[in-house]
Ligand binder design. Structure first.
Ligand SMILES: Cc1cc2nc3c(=O)[nH]c(=O)nc-3n(C[C@H](O)[C@H](O)[C@H](O)COP(=O)(O)OP(=O)(O)OC[C@H]3O[C@@H](n4cnc5c(N)ncnc54)[C@H](O)[C@@H]3O)c2cc1C
Length: 351
């Protein structure tokens, strides 16, 4: 939490938020650079940063009303509150429109019922949730009739369910189930018109995918730095490892894959408009390419380091475990493939 607050002081938490609400007003490419750097140091810290900064902060700044932004964003940008976003449920992930959490209007309030699963910053320790969440819930019978609500941690009926601790990686990032049991949310905390949150969701998922891809580039870069150095330092058969062709292949292939991913990433980010949606093909594409690239490069680093790579000292085994999450969270590889083919069908001509 200390590091998170420090990153807020540096202006990172409100990176894409308008300075009128305390943010830094930067663009998607700057946002990627931040995620790449933080992830090269610690992907799990970066994931918690992303859930707060992008899934809560950027989402609210793009979709919230003036009153909502004035109420929540200045403290948020200063690091006084930590946020998250609740979309996934115990029985629903990729099939997000099948979500069961419901919101029913009751006078000046909505009553929310349901459970949300895998929520990053859902728990910041064993007993406490993060401070404030954007929660998607069903408000009508049609699958697309979703609304998004701002839920504060002390709203009646909102509680921490199980804290998910046995993750392969991303262990420094708190993941939890959150429970809504007749949770009372003031109607003024509904973001946007009733039943119209699909567009908010899609718009924010696009930038989420791109910064998750940036995280993978950070993992790849760090892994290459480690294996390149180790290849010089470690000797076998009287020679440095990097004099062997097979080791050269791991290092050089990794670098070329990293540069291909990074180029695609910043090309896509450089063209992104944060306030619009419909940039689906390449936002799915960079996440599809970069996340597997990051995992494969971390795997190569483990191989170059041999037994030292498989153990903790050089951190590449942790980078590999962290990298795997990025093929799942924010959309699985299969969901990107599905989305991309649908988009490609609509293109007569490729760029
Ligand atoms: C550490 C962590 C942090 C997370 N943080 C958040 C968060 O902050 N907020 C949030 O809302 N969610 C979060 N998630 C949830 C994450 O986004 C989901 O795990 C992800 O969307 C996949 O959903 P699922 O796990 O339910 O898998 P499922 O959707 O059940 O998928 C299982 C498998 O089936 C495949 N599959 C599903 N449908 C199809 C199809 N039509 N065609 C082909 N294959 C298909 C999937 O690709 C996958 O391989 C987090 C998850 C983890 C593990």
């Amino acid at each position: 939490m200390d590091l998170y607050r420090e990153s807020a002081q540096l202006g990172l938490v409100g990176c894409t938020i308008d300075p009128a609400y305390g943010g830094s007003g930067m663009d998607a490419a700057a946002y990627c650079a931040i995620h790449e750097e933080l992830s090269a140091a610690d992907p799990a810290f970066c994931l918690s940063y992303l859930a707060s900064s992008c899934l809560f902060g950027n989402n609210l700044s793009q979709n919230g009303s003036e009153e909502q932004k004035m109420k929540y964003l200045p403290d948020f940008c200063e690091g006084k509150t930590i946020g998250g976003m609740c979309m996934s449920e115990p029985a629903v992930g990729t099939d997000v429109l099948g979500m069961q959490t419901s919101a029913v209007r009751d006078g000046d309030n909505y009553i929310l019922n349901g459970q949300k699963m895998w929520i990053t910053n859902g728990a910041i320790n064993d007993t406490e949730t993060g401070d404030v969440f954007l929660v998607y819930a069903r408000v009508g019978d049609n699958a697309k009739e979703l609304s998004m609500f701002i839920v504060e941690k002390d709203f009646p009926g909102f509680s921490l369910g199980q804290r998910i601790k046995d993750k392969s990686g991303m262990r420094a990032s708190g993941t939890a189930e959150l429970v809504f049991e007749d949770c009372v949310v003031p109607a003024e905390n509904r973001v946007g018109p009733e039943g119209a949150a699909m567009v908010c969701m899609m718009r924010n998922l696009e930038i989420e995918r791109v910064v998750l891809a940036a995280m993978s580039c950070g993992i790849a870069r760090k892994s290459i730095e480690v294996m390149n150095q180790y290849g010089q330092d470690r000797k076998a058969f009287g020679k440095p490892l990097h004099s062997f062709g097979q080791i050269q292949r791991y290092i050089s292939d990794s670098y070329a894959q990293y540069m291909a991913g990074k180029t695609y990433l910043y090309h896509t980010a450089g063209q992104m408009e944060l306030d619009s949606s419909g940039q689906r093909l390449d936002t799915d594409g960079v996440k599809l390419f970069c996340t597997t690239m990051g995992k494969d490069v971390a795997d190569n680093a483990i191989q170059v380091l041999g037994g030292y790579g498989y153990c903790g000292e050089y951190h590449v085994e942790r980078l590999w475990r962290d990298a795997k999450l990025l093929e799942i969270g924010g959309g699985t590889l299969e969901s990107h493939q599905k989305n991309m083919v649908r988009e490609l069908l609509a293109h007569d001509k490729l760029p």
